[in-house]
Ligand binder design. Sequence first.
Ligand SMILES: [Fe+2]
Length: 388
Amino acid sequence: MSFPSTFRFLPLPTEIHFGPGVLSTLPERIRALGGGPSLLVTDAGMRAAGFVDRIESLLGEAGLACRVYDAVTPDSGTSLIAEATALAKQAGAAVIIGLGGGSSLDTAKAVAAMCTNPGNILDYAGIDKLKHKPLPVVAIPTAAGTGSEVTYWSVFLDDQTRVKAAVGGVLLFPAVALCDPELTLTLPPSLTAATGMDALGHAIECYVNDACQPISAALALEAIRLIGRHLRSAVLNGRRIESRSAMLLASTMAGIAMNSTRLGLAHAFAMPLGSFDLRMPHGLAIGITLPYVMRFNAPARPERYAEIAAAVGEPISGLPLREAAVRAAESVAALAQDIGIPARLSQAGMREEHIEPVAAEAIKSGNVAVNPRRATLEDLKAILKEAL
Ligand SMILES: [Fe+2]
């Protein structure tokens, strides 16, 4: 592990409650935030799974008013955020509850921000642009992936351009993260696989990048270990609470780690891959591109990649450093294959003509600047071509 002489680690203002059954403490959390009416931001799948009814009865029995917005779509959207914000204002919401995967949690954060800031969410694209403190958010993840419950980002689709945009900053941290692994037990294998690869992408890209410091590194490496040990069983036998708990813990730890570091090329690619007519799900984009990015990056930080290989359970003892580093990429590719992630972007809808626009958009990402190996536009195109 390297020890930079100076570094910055952001505070985490989010109170984390973790463990099977912590959802039942939601009324206490709302009261601790001052009570008042809340708006639950979620998607139709959560209602079908019975989670919305459960939360409505939990809050109803506690005498806490709650309205529901259950029309969040994958990657959300600017008009959807405006619609949910109007409902929050109409309901006089004092707390926003986000329930679901990254799209629902990110939408909840955006709605909380737009309840107290004028204009359109796009006015605040970038970092630290919000003028006023958002309403408090209680984030309840039902997938182990984005880490949105402890991050300061909200990612959504610009409905006009069909390109993904992000609003970030310390004001966007949820007030409370209720991490209840029981809520992830029924997540289907394909979504468990894609979201799990997203969490692994966060941990690996954080661990190797130029902005990583010892505190994020410790969190990220432990997240890699947990994912290496538990992602296969979480996908192949989703009812195993031990695997589900380990995955949720890992995604939350990786989320905390990456706030201070940003990520790398896989995440630079994932934004445009999720845009245009492609609309590739984020976790899938990460799962496919991560091994290719790791092969490109490994020579720049071989010690770190060798540590990753060991952390995911690859036997590397006695191997030359360079070979051990390459094993990290191969072991992640094998993990992705075992859990049903396609090996190529073309299997997820990408075509040759997408390479130019995806690379052109990816090179603008702040994640490129901290990637451990300097990458030009030509490098990005070459990686995409190889992954196609
Ligand atoms: Fe991600």
